[in-house]
Design a protein around this ligand. Structure first.
Ligand code: GLN
Length: 510
């Protein structure tokens, strides 16, 4: 029999319902594997006791003959940006060392309600700021394909845990690429939903107008299972969507189950039409700005081969243009720090988190607490943010960035007049070596292909598309129009039925 860690989420679910294994066995196996691979730096906290208790409860539900959803009894782990009742939550910052939330983030609560078993909390960049997992206060996370390399970030360890098969699926958050880029660099699948699909309640805020939760797993099928359970309207998040648009243009309540049903309908329709060409009729937009200078030759070649594969599956390629792609970097690196500087003002040593041991007065307490608690990149963002929001600079930077953000979103709508999804690279290169980038601006430039969809609030995903230099994974990015996650997942699933990139695994961890 296949080793338990080689089973995808869907296969584990199948093995549970057919009685081939138990949730306790799956959970024990995951815990053992996590313990054997601590060198990867993936977990900040493992809750063996809580996980085994939740697994036993799931097995008891099953034994009692209860009707169970597909995630019931499956071990998963959360990025340490989600607050979790009874487990520490740090956002990978010293600022929140020892912090325990009195409640669960909505996404965590929804996955728990679906029966998923939380095995622990995953490393990431501090407050999700970064693209390499090097900004964690608790050490780097390592890419399983080459442990001297970064796994990407900020959901770096969420990607590592899946890529190394410690667990079959994890949660991540994506503000400017933090699900898609680490998924690409570690050879797994990840999707950032439309802004508003998943609740941000209990997700420690970085840039509130951009932050979205999403799933990371080996396959599109598994991402769909997780996303289906994570999504839904939440009155505790003011920007949570009450309604979502279905593929046929009609509106429906934003709730768990919607994506699963749409996906079923899409795959039924494709099967009825022409099973050999499941993507027949799909117009894939190829933005020229995503295929120019700055993309390394190996990523370019791999991405083009993936486009050809989509064509072979029945899709039609259409040339489109996203003319403001380059501007997405200055726009994002004004708006995200501006919102961060405001969001992070709550960490002042008064109510929760770190407080300096010695201080003279209140201002001194704030100053010392924040100087000690935040890492260098977080401080840099707070300073940039405070600067662009300050009197005299607000109009020149922040307001201007807001206007350009709107134009970036308009460019996508123009493109979606002639195509259904947009495809291109996720990151300009394969994973770099740990410690090899010391210039923050150079690091920001590498976000060029993930920022546009974030700024527009559009859903985007990364699908394993092959390997580049050094045998390192390359991801294909698929961007959809608002609420078209099912269409993205359908296209990605069809691609994965025809390719085996997502099944490859790092040799050292087999
Ligand atoms: N790399 C980007 C940044 O550093 C994106 C981070 C994210 O999506 N959380 O801000």
């Amino acid at each position: 029999m296949t080793a338990l860690h080689d089973l995808t989420l869907a296969q584990q679910s199948q093995a549970l319902s057919s009685g081939q294994t138990t949730s306790v066995a799956l959970t024990r196996h995951a815990l053992d594997r996590i313990a054997a691979h601590t060198d990867l730096g993936a977990f900040l906290h493992v809750d063996a006791e809580g996980a085994l208790a939740a697994a036993a409860a799931s097995d008891a539900r099953r034994a009692a003959g209860q009707a169970l959803g597909p995630l019931d009894g499956l071990p998963i782990a959360h990025k340490d940006i989600f607050v979790t009742q009874g487990l520490p939550t740090t956002a990978a910052s010293k600022m929140l060392q020892g912090y325990q939330s009195p409640f669960d983030a909505t996404v965590v609560a929804q996955l728990k309600a679906a029966g998923a078993v939380t095995v622990g909390k995953l490393n990431c960049d501090e407050f999700a700021m970064g693209g390499a997992n090097e900004n964690s206060a608790y050490g780097v996370a390592r890419n399983p394909w080459d442990t001297d390399r970064i796994p990407g970030g900020s959901s770096g360890a969420s990607a590592v845990a899946v890529s190394a098969r410690l667990v079959a699926a994890t949660t991540g958050t994506d503000t400017g690429g933090s699900i898609r880029q680490p998924a690409a660099l570690t050879g797994i699948t990840g999707i950032k939903p439309t802004y508003g699909r998943c609740s941000r309640f209990g997700m420690i805020a970085f840039a509130s107008s951009l932050d979205q939760a999403g799933p990371m797993a080996r396959t599109a099928e598994d991402c769909a299972l997780l996303l289906d359970a994570m999504s839904g309207f939440d009155e505790r998040d003011a920007t949570s969507a009450e309604q979502v648009r279905l593929h046929d243009g009609s509106l429906t309540a934003n709730a768990p189950g919607v994506i699963g049903r749409e996906l079923d309908a899409l795959s039924q329709a494709a099967k009825r039409a022409d099973p050999a060409r499941p993507l027949a009729g799909l117009r894939v937009g190829v933005p020229k700005e995503f295929f120019g200078d700055g993309v390394s030759a190996d990523v370019l070649a791999t991405t083009r081969a993936a486009l050809a594969q989509l064509e072979a599956l029945g899709a039609t390629l259409v040339d489109v243009s996203l003319p403001r792609t380059e501007l997405s970097i200055p726009v994002y690196y004004i708006i995200a720090p501006a919102e961060a500087s405001s969001n992070l003002s709550r960490f002042d040593g008064v109510k929760f988190g770190h407080r300096a041991a010695k201080y003279t007065d209140l201002n001194d307490m704030y100053r010392k607490t924040r100087a000690e608690g935040f890492g260098a990149e977080v401080k840099r963002r707070i300073m940039i943010g405070a600067y662009v929001l300050s009197h005299g600079y607000y109009d020149a930077y922040y307001l201007q960035a807001q206007k350009l953000r709107r134009m970036i979103a308009d460019d996508f709508q123009a493109a979606f007049k002639v195509c259904d999804v947009i495809a291109g690279p996720v990151a300009p290169t394969v994973a770099r070596e740990i410690g090899s980038q010391t210039d923050p601006v150079q690091e920001y430039l590498a976000d060029i292909f993930t920022l546009p969809a974030s700024l527009a609030g559009l859903p985007g995903m990364s699908v394993p598309a092959g390997f580049g230099e050094g045998g390192l994974p390359v991801g294909l990015q698929l961007i959809g129009n608002y609420w078209q996650e099912a269409q993205l997942l359908h296209a990605a699933h069809a691609f994965q039925q025809a390719t085996d990139w997502h099944q490859r695994q790092p040799a050292a961890l087999a």
